[in-house]
Design a protein around this ligand. Structure first.
Ligand SMILES: Nc1nc2c(ncn2[C@@H]2O[C@H](COP(=O)(O)OP(=O)(O)OP(=O)(O)O)[C@@H](O)[C@H]2O)c(=O)[nH]1
Length: 681
């Protein structure tokens, strides 16, 4: 075809539309990776002619969600998905988003709600995300707010449970996902009780029915037995294949109650998540429990009593979709010039400046349960690490930071976390997002001491003090009682492992509280443990002795009096502050022995003998010896007189004595890390 002919042909109205269509489609495909909001602003707005033809959701959103009067409170449902790790929470969320058109069906859209790199890598959800879905049911449109909850990957009810419980408190119902093959696991139980205590509608969903070994009948029986939910209420699905997922949406509409919120009440909102954006400040996720809020309104946070002007409001689908107002029953985000996430703490209440309301009950600032020292690998990186920690804590108000320093590791910080998983995730984010390399010391739990010395009570201004650094553990002589944090652990495992698990629990000072069979083969055990005994490696040991079949979770169970002692580690008689640990008297010997053994393996041999000792007060309870390098001073001495040999050996011994006396034991940094990282097994 000649150029002029082609040009003329292209100018026909039909062909122009065909060409435009092709260009649009290519552009849309190339933009598929972008977030919805970028897509919407940059491209979709320019497609008035073809937008109806594409199966994108953007135009639907404009029409539907902006017209908020379309969703009176009785057509709003707030729900959450809770599950044990890997039971398919994110996969189901993806399917729900697809079915309701919030995201397009592409392979790249896997786990849309998991935004952080660490979340995608670990396959866990750390920060709660939210998505408002529009679903048509029996000729009516419903606004379904899916409030994502952070999950407990490893046991650590305390880790993210506060966030889970606040996310849950913004909902009226939950989908409790159980794997059709694995059945109920420890985190299923823990999550169920969170929802149950919050009096939410619980919809049991049995996922992965497509698996060869799926046994949904058995799982239904377990659900009936453990949770007392009739088996008829279970919905069997395959989130991966999309089988029966529509039934889940219908159940949300039919079984989850509408939010108890009235547009006529004064504005009241619950902050259930918040994060820090370097350009816009704090972005708070809120559930509006009454009235309405507009852009430009002045709001007050009940916890701090500070007032702010609302700069931006919107829905999350799951990307931000700005709107002018948010109404009672809706869930969305708010930007109001807050500069620190501590100003929008999870669980706080917001209200209009001139219309104060009573704060929602149950707000408590998150409490750190695991403390560890954090030091830069190289002291020259101190400033860089400080700014990385500052930036990360801007986004995570539950991390506490205190400056600390150590002879061996230099200047650093003592950080408090909600749990070990929280600490690991924080550490991983430091490395991945800020390229920081850090030394993390052994985690310790917050002990308490009831002081008996009047002088100390006056100094501290109270009788009971919390100890987060073992080096500051007060002496027995000034204390009337030590207290340690306790947890109630739930273990689920096949019954063939019961005896092994029971003996492990016994070695960790566990006290059995309950034991029931959830079906013919699986046992559920409840144990009261000191947190310190399970915080580091209990779960790993449990997994390995049960060939990976046991699951474990725990929840806080307050403090209990304990016979605690401070154990010092001495290197050639010198106490090493970084290695001080607090142990139970009954476990002191084994802990001291294990620590000395590990130090022996980690400290290189020196020119003199090194005594590694564990001591309680002045009493040495364990000892290992690192043998000296022995230079053969007799090598050149063939035969000859014995007195000559003795003279040479004596001279060598004297030299070593001098070195030991004056020389300080050189402990390499990684030896500290190795010893500090792991507690005794
Ligand atoms: N065969 C099969 N596999 C599934 C199904 N649903 C999820 N999976 C797979 O199970 C694994 C875990 O699924 P996720 O959705 O990441 O699990 P999760 O519960 O969200 O995990 P967290 O993000 O830690 O909460 C993935 O490999 C999924 O592909 C299903 O219905 N059938």
């Amino acid at each position: 075809m000649s150029f002029s002919l082609a040009k003329r042909w292209c100018e026909t109205p039909l062909m122009r539309r065909v060409l435009q269509f092709k260009i649009c489609r290519r552009k849309i495909q190339s933009y598929n990776n972008m977030t919805y909001s970028v897509l919407r602003h940059r491209w979709i707005k320019r497609l008035p002619v073809f937008s109806g033809g594409f199966k994108t959701v953007s135009t639907q959103i404009d029409k539907d969600t902006l017209d908020l009067s379309k969703f009176p409170v009785d057509r709003i449902r707030n729900f959450s998905i809770i599950a044990h790790i890997d039971h398919g929470k994110s996969t189901l969320a993806d399917r729900l988003l697809e079915i309701t058109g919030a995201i397009a069906k592409t392979a790249k859209n896997k786990q849309v709600l998991d935004k952080l790199q660490v979340e995608r890598e670990r396959g866990i959800t750390v920060k709660a995300q939210t998505a408002s879905l529009i679903y048509s049911h029996e000729g009516q449109q419903y606004l379904l707010n899916l409030i994502d909850t952070p999950v407990r990957d490893q046991p650590g009810h305390v880790d993210f449970s506060y966030e889970v419980s606040r996310s849950i408190s913004a909902c009226q119902g939950v989908l409790l996902i159980v794997d059709a093959n694995q059945g109920i696991q420890a985190q299923t139980v823990a999550n169920f009780y969170l929802a149950f205590e919050a009096q939410l509608a619980i919809i049991p969903v049995i996922n992965k029915i497509d698996l060869k070994n799926a046994d949904p009948d058995r799982v239904e029986a377990q659900i009936e037995k453990v949770f007392d939910i009739p088996r008829e209420e279970c919905i069997r699905i395959s989130a991966k294949l999309g089988t029966n997922v529509e039934a889940v949406l219908q159940a949300v509409v039919n079984r989850v109650p509408r939010p108890v919120a009235s547009i006529d009440d004064p504005f009241k909102a619950l902050v259930f998540d918040s994060n820090f954006d370097h350009y816009r400040g704090v972005v708070a996720n809120i559930a509006v429990l009454g009235g309405r809020v507009r852009k430009g309104d002045r709001i007050v946070s009940a916890h701090l009593g500070k007032s702010y002007e609302v700069n931006e409001l919107g829905l999350l689908r799951p990307d931000e979709h700005p709107t002018q107002k948010l109404f009672a029953g809706q869930v969305g985000y708010m930007i109001a010039g807050m500069k620190d996430v501590k100003e929008a703490q999870i669980g706080d209440t917001l209200y209009l400046q001139d219309h104060p309301v009573e704060a929602l009950p149950g707000f408590k600032p998150a409490k750190a349960m695991v403390f560890a020292g954090m030091y830069p690998m190289d002291q020259s990186d101190y400033a860089g690490l400080r700014s990385a920690i500052e930036r990360l804590t801007l986004n995570d108000s539950s991390v506490t930071v205190q400056r600390d320093s150590s002879m061996a590791l230099g200047a650093g910080w003592r950080l408090g976390f909600l749990g070990l998983l929280h600490m690991e995730v924080f550490n991983q984010r430091l490395e991945q997002e800020y390229n920081a390399s850090v030394i993390v010391t052994a985690p310790t739990v917050p002990y308490k001491a009831v002081l008996s010395s009047a002088k100390l009570i006056k100094e501290h201004g109270r009788e009971e003090i919390t100890i987060v650094n073992p080096a500051q553990f007060p002496d027995r002589s000034v204390v009337s009682e030590y207290l340690e944090p306790m947890v109630l652990g739930t273990i689920l495992a096949p019954d063939s492992y019961t005896s092994k698990i029971m003996s492990l629990c016994l070695t960790r000072r566990g006290i059995q509280k309950n034991m029931v069979y959830i079906d013919e083969q699986r046992v559920m055990m409840k144990y009261l443990f000191p947190l310190n005994e399970i915080v580091v490696d209990f779960y790993d040991l449990l997994k390995s002795l049960s060939s990976g079949y046991a699951s474990f979770d725990y929840e806080n169970a307050g403090y209990q009096a304990a016979d605690l002692i401070k154990m010092n580690i001495l290197l050639n008689g010198q106490p090493v502050e970084e290695l001080i640990t607090i142990v139970h008297r009954g476990r002191a010997y084994s802990a001291g022995k294990a620590m000395c053994e590990r130090l022996k393996d980690s400290i290189p041999r020196q020119m003199f003998e090194v005594a590694v000792q564990a001591a309680i007060g002045s009493k040495v309870i364990a000892r290992e010896t690192i043998k000296a390098f022995r230079k053969n001073v007799l090598a050149k001495c063939y035969g000859g007189d014995i007195t000559r040999k003795m003279k040479l050996l004596k001279k060598q011994a004297e030299g070593k004595k001098k070195m030991r006396r004056i020389g300080n034991v050189e402990v390499p940094k990684d030896a500290f890390i190795n010893v500090l990282k792991r507690k005794d097994k």
